[in-house]
Every structure is written in structure tokens, then in C-alpha cells.
Design a protein around this ligand. Structure first.
Ligand SMILES: C[S@@+](CC[C@H](N)C(=O)[O-])C[C@H]1O[C@@H](n2cnc3c(N)ncnc32)[C@H](O)[C@@H]1O
Length: 217
């Protein structure tokens, strides 16, 4: 599927199903002004995450990779009032901006942004999340998955974004550079889930690739 045809389908979905509210528009604008738009999930992916949240009805979501909180807001908007998302972000400036956006969206009660290296933070988290969304540094995906596979509750869901690794895993040159470490990590991420008898996994063929896995045992 070429990016052109995807863009048309994406535009259709956005128009009919995935319109941004005022706060999301503002976050998108700020990402754009700072030259970071596109690092965040697209509105189509945001709505997909929201829809998965609706199905799983999680009490606790852990997100790895917050940026400005764009995906965090999509997810948080679908959470029950008593549910929570903890989002982990390495960059202090990103964490600070994301907190502003959470406040702007009136979601302080449902969202906690924790600043630091997610690989270290997860080791200190004694939680059984119902959903884990992984969208941070690509060489870290293997480690994040190891944690998520043991932490997520049975019946819970792990979601990884960018799992085609900008085309590198499917032999498509999209002009984006990556590292051998990122390629090895992302291969391990998909192959581990594909082979694990404890998870029912597949990929949703978004342009970036979204791997989804439900823990069976
Ligand atoms: C792809 S962006 C996240 C986009 C966000 N999920 C969204 O869709 O709006 C990746 C983020 O992960 C952060 N990050 C990179 N390495 C990290 C690490 N070791 N621990 C936590 N966050 C990290 C980056 O600073 C960046 O903000």
C-alpha cells in the first residue's frame, strides 16, 4: 500500500471517525511548531487506541513514551473515571509540556506522567496493568516487551507502535535512517510475540505498523 493510498484512507477515517477535539488540535499545533509533528501517533491511530481501551476497559494503562501527551490524551479520554494511565517519558521538557496538556484537557485525575528512563522506572513499578502501550526509543522495545509480557494481567493487552520500523522490517525504503540495534530490537519484539503461546498476537497494518497482543495465560 503506497503512502498516497494510505493518506486518502486516513483522511476519510479522520473526517468520519477520528476528529481531534480542541485540546488535541492544540497539542498537534504545538508539536508542529516545534518540528515534532508525526512523531506522535496519527489521529487514526489515536482513535484506534481509544477503541481498544473501550474494549479492554482497563483500570490501569502504562504508556512508554509520552512526548507531548497526544496519544496519552486519546487513551485517557476513553478511560473510566476511576481508571488511570501512567505515562513514562525520559525528556524532562516533554514531560513538563505533556503535564500542561493533561491539565488543559482536565484529565489530571486520570493521568500521571513519570519522568525518567522507562527501562529503569518499570523495574520499580509493582503493578499489573490491563494495557501497555509502547511508543518510545526503538532499541528499547525488546526490554519494554520483556517487562510488559510479565507485568500485564492475563486478558490484558500489549500494543507496540512503529513496529514496521519505518519500513525497515518489510523491505520498504521510506528514506528514514535507523540503527542495527533498533532493527534487532524490533525484530525480537514482533517475533517474540508471534511465537509466544501465552499471547494471541497480530499486527494492525497501519502505515507505521501496530502490533497488538492479548495475554492468554
Ligand atoms: C514516539 S515519541 C512518543 C509519542 C507519543 N506516544 C504520542 O503518540 O504522542 C517517543 C518518546 O519516547 C521518549 N523516550 C525515548 N527514550 C525513552 C526512555 N528510555 N524512557 C522513556 N521515554 C523515552 C522520547 O523522549 C519521546 O518523547
Amino acid at each position: 500500500m503506497s503512502r498516497d493510498s494510505y493518506s486518502k484512507s486516513e483522511a476519510y477515517i479522520v473526517e468520519h471517525f477520528a476528529r481531534e477535539d480542541e485540546v488535541l488540535k492544540e497539542v498537534a499545533g504545538r508539536l508542529s511548531n516545534d518540528g515534532k509533528y508525526g512523531i506522535n501517533v496519527s489521529p487514526v491511530e489515536g482513535k484506534l487506541l481509544q477503541w481498544l481501551v473501550g474494549l479492554v476497559a482497563p483500570k490501569l494503562v502504562v504508556e512508554i513514551g509520552t512526548l507531548y501527551g497526544y496519544s496519552t490524551l486519546w487513551i485517557a479520554r476513553a478511560l473510566a473515571p476511576s481508571a488511570k494511565i501512567i505515562s513514562l517519558e525520559f525528556d524532562p521538557k516533554h514531560a513538563e509540556i505533556a503535564r500542561e496538556h493533561v491539565h488543559m484537557a482536565n484529565l489530571d485525575g486520570r493521568v500521571e506522567i513519570r519522568q525518567g528512563d522507562a527501562k529503569e522506572i518499570v523495574k520499580t513499578m509493582n503493578v499489573k496493568p490491563d494495557m501497555v502501550f509502547i511508543d518510545a526509543d526503538k532499541p528499547g522495545y525488546k526490554a519494554y516487551l520483556e517487562w510488559a509480557m510479565s507485568a500485564v494481567r492475563v486478558g490484558g493487552v500489549i500494543i507496540g507502535d512503529n513496529t514496521f520500523l519505518f519500513g525497515h522490517l518489510i523491505g520498504e525504503d521510506r528514506g528514514e535512517r535507523t540503527s542495527d540495534a533498533a532493527i534487532a530490537s524490533m525484530r525480537a519484539f514482533n517475533e517474540t510475540l508471534a511465537k509466544s503461546p501465552n499471547f494471541r498476537s497480530t499486527m494492525i497494518p497501519t502505515y507505521e505498523g501496530m502490533t497488538v497482543a492479548q495475554r492468554l495465560s
